[in-house]
Design a protein around this ligand. Structure first.
Ligand code: WT7
Length: 584
């Protein structure tokens, strides 16, 4: 069998052969790989990431951490990471946490956060990581809805020169809930409970973690992943798509608050015993050379980043960049939102020096790991194409939407039934070219993507609608050069407002969103209109608002849509009003 062939993701004919095998006999394919990757059939992630690697090479560096300021750097070996994990696990055990209990983690990008995730796995607790940039109201909702008994956090964190009072946010969030706080700042002082030396016996189908993400509903969705399927799929995709080697130095710039930070910062890289680099600052602070300096200093071989960061860094010019040597890089990756051609070319030429393939990887919180990625082969690179399905995945297109025609692959969240023959709808718009390569074109549903952060427009609208002055609202994403998309909110008000009043309502909207969701959902502009375009049955025609928003006032939607609007005259008003949109 060719399943573990080195050239699996490089040589198109080998890729095709393995892919065909994986589709012809999926069970055999996944079972074979499962037995190779988990020879002892142990599905506790803490064992797989730590104990196994400590046995092989205890003093290998697991994590190199870079802080927000220049002078901050720490190195954590595998044995040290195991010790930190066991100590946090001890504290969880002392607080009564057992297999199956839910624990929320709200932490910045520091080694303790990774230890906290692994500590939950160690005792079999289900971690629920909440991005540390969410507001305390959003955090509160996620702690409550996940029935967490403990929240792990740190006193403060700093990002881009700003101090974030995490403990204060957490205390606000738990208010009078019966939840204990565990401060991971003091991990070195924790004493080891011998129960944390062992690890919980986790079965293939036991829940490993949950993560909230945004969909078309008012509330965020809680996504569940299981130990066996998730680890198998994230490890396999990582191994093949990034063509990893034992001595790779992996730098993924995501955050543990997102699925990328679970799969490709924590679980897959540590599964293979790699050295990983994490960075708790921003690419621009104190200057735009941070990534390049880290890559040069650590001799990073794999850089996995996001289009927003790439576009932002590209816009700075090459002065900072030229001060550093990036020749250690071997593979580049990006994820989170559609790339654009100029950013792709800049990444390929100026960062990869035309030597490194760009893995434009398409996937979702729900899929656990990468679904589409280009072949790891310079000659087959197509700018902005996520290209080929991973083994075992059968993608297709239905009414412009990317769909997955099978559900029998291990990464798929256990929220979905794995019955084959049922289709998985992705919510993304895509096209396929004559070579069978896929290109993703953005969302087709009511989800926007701001700087790679997924946000449901109805979540935003339900916050805006709580304001007394607002009658109704509709939020849409409009294109932005660096951020990909920004939020534009159309509102109707209960009474006519003066320009002054509109300004103050706009400020109120913005601060309410910041309070209830967080700064990532801050709108770019608010448009005051008299009537929203609606169908006879009362459904808001967001596609019309989007067409108007995208062409900055010039109508480009087709006539058909217009027919279904009860009062087509309202469109003229909207087109006029968008010119007077109030910038936040
Ligand atoms: C949505 C999923 C997967 C980890 C990060 C985001 C968009 C993701 C790409 C890509 C174009 C992409 C999609 C998808 N997206 N990767 N390579 N090209 N769009 O995870 O928060 O679950 O968001 O991100 O719209 O549906 P997520």
């Amino acid at each position: 069998m060719l399943f573990d062939h080195e050239l699996a993701w490089k040589d198109p004919s080998i890729y095709r052969e393995i892919y065909a095998n994986s589709i012809a006999s999926p069970e055999k394919f996944w079972e074979y790989h499962c037995s190779k990757l988990f020879p002892e059939q142990v599905f506790n992630a803490s064992f797989n990431c730590l104990d196994r690697n400590v046995k092989k090479n205890p003093n290998k560096t697991a994590i190199v951490w870079y802080g927000d300021e220049y002078c901050e750097r720490r190195e954590i070996t595998y044995i040290k990471l195991l010790e930190m994990t066991q100590k946090i696990a001890s504290e969880l055990i002392r607080r009564g946490i057992r297999k199956g209990d839910s624990v929320t983690i709200c932490m910045p990008m520091i080694p303790e956060s990774i230890a906290a995730m692994l500590a939950c796995c160690r005792v079999g607790a289900v971690h629920n990581v909440v991005f540390s940039g969410f507001s305390s109201a959003a955090l509160s909702e996620r702690i409550f809805r996940s029935s967490s008994k403990v929240v792990i956090t740190v006193t403060t964190s700093s990002r881009g020169g700003k101090i974030i009072p995490l403990l204060k946010n957490v205390l606000n969030a738990i208010n009078d809930m019966n939840v204990e706080v565990l401060l991971a700042d003091y991990v070195d002082d924790f004493s080891l409970d011998e129960r944390a030396i062992c690890y919980a016996d986790m079965k293939y189908n036991d829940t490993m973690f949950t993560l909230y993400t945004s969909g078309s509903t008012k509330e965020p969705k809680r996504i569940f992943h299981t130990c066996g399927g998730y680890q198998l799929y994230s490890a396999m995709t990582f191994k093949y798509i990034f063509d990893i080697k034992e001595d790779d130095v992996h730098f993924c710039t995501s955050d543990i608050g997102w699925i990328t930070g679970h799969s490709y910062i924590t679980y897959a890289p540590l599964f293979f015993g790699l050295k990983l680099v994490i960075f708790s600052g921003t690419p621009m602070y104190p200057n735009g050379g941070r990534y390049w300096e880290i890559i040069d200093d650590e001799k990073v071989t794999i850089l996995y980043s996001a289009p927003t960061a790439i576009r932002c860094l590209a816009s700075l010019g090459d002065e900072q960049l030229n001060r550093y040597n990036l020749s250690s890089l071997r593979v580049l990756g990006c994820v989170g939102e559609p790339m654009n051609e100029s950013a792709w070319q800049w990444y390929f030429e100026n960062i990869g020096k035309k030597r490194c393939p760009i893995m434009d990887t398409w996937w979702q919180t729900e899929t656990g790991g990468i679904i589409l990625a280009p072949l790891h082969n310079i000659e087959y690179q197509k700018p902005c194409f996520a290209s080929k399905p991973f083994f075992g995945i059968i993608p297709g297109i239905e009414n412009d939407e990317l769909i997955i025609k099978n559900k029998n692959w291990p990464g798929l969240s256990s929220n979905f039934s794995k019955n084959d023959g049922e289709i998985y709808h992705t919510g993304d718009k895509a096209m396929i070219d004559n070579d069978g390569d896929f290109r993703i074109l953005g969302r087709i549903d009511d989800v926007v993507n701001i700087c790679g952060h997924r946000l449901g427009t109805s979540e935003v609208e339900s916050v805006v609608n709580t304001l007394g002055e607002i009658e109704e609202s509709a939020a849409i994403g409009i294109p932005h050069r660096i951020k990909g998309q920004v939020l534009c909110i159309f509102v109707t008000t209960t009474t006519d407002l003066t320009d002054e009043q509109k300004k103050s309502v706009t400020e109120e909207i913005s601060s309410r969103i910041r309070q209830d969701i967080g700064a990532i959902a801050k709108p770019d502009r608010v448009v005051f209109i008299h009537e929203l375009p609606k169908t006879r049955s009362g459904k808001i025609k967001r596609n019309i608002l989007k067409a108007i928003g995208e062409s900055k006032g010039v109508i480009s939607y087709n006539g058909k849509d217009l027919d279904s609007v009860i009062n087509p005259a309202c469109i003229k008003d909207i087109e006029k009003s968008i010119k007077y949109a109030i910038r936040v």
